[in-house]
Design a protein. Structure first.
Length: 202
């Protein structure tokens, strides 16, 4: 009986040590996960909330902090979000079924409304939302839809989904913003190729 007890003790000690080590590893990994920073991109501000892009979906959170709420759930948002001037709607672009198009939805969530219907998907640079007109009636987006070469142009399309997009009178533009009085347009004429690593200094 004494021999059996010693054998059992020898077997139980390594098992107990393994269980303790496994528990310690799990505790450390969960603590590390809790401290991992999140990559929140493209913040857009309204009077009360912040909309942002995380894991290719649109989220919102109060400007005072709190728990963020996910508004989209298809992991396909490629541009935006952008609050409308009155803060009631959010514009963004999503890659659905191989085509990038502009959508808007209520700032409270709900079913998105598609504004562009260009299925060319040219170089994944088609129909990228860049903002709103100051009156909130139109959404600005960049696209290569009618360019004869590899350059973008700025368009505006009605936020209510009526009509067809209208190209702005610029030779080329990938981004732009209209002043609050609607008289001035600041824009970026060309795409910044590989901007994430150019002039990287470590």
């Amino acid at each position: 009986m004494n021999i059996r007890f010693r054998l059992a003790g020898r077997v139980l000690r390594p098992v107990a040590m393994f269980v303790c080590a496994a528990v310690a590893v799990l505790m450390l990994s969960s603590a590390a996960r809790a401290e991992t920073p999140l990559l929140l991109r493209n913040p857009s501000l309204s009077k009360t909330n912040i909309a942002f892009l995380y894991a290719n979906d649109v989220w919102t959170v109060s400007r005072n902090g709190g728990v963020a709420r996910r508004l989209t759930s298809q992991d396909d948002v490629v541009a935006g979000p952008f609050y409308s001037p009155d803060g009631t709607e959010i514009a963004y672009s999503a890659n659905r079924h191989g085509a990038v198009n502009v959508y808007i939805m209520s700032a409270n969530g709900g079913v998105p409304r598609r504004l562009t219907w260009d299925n060319s998907g040219r170089m994944q640079r088609s129909n990228l939302a860049v903002g709103w007109t100051p009156d909130g009636k139109d959404v600005l987006f960049s696209s290569m839809r009618y360019s004869y070469s590899d350059f973008d142009q700025l368009y505006e399309t009605a936020a209510d989904g009526t009509g067809t997009p209208v190209v702005l009178p610029l030779p080329s533009a990938v981004d732009g913003s209209i002043s609050p009085d609607g008289k001035t347009l600041a824009y970026v004429p060309w795409l910044k190729w590989e901007q994430a690593w150019k002039h990287y200094r470590g």
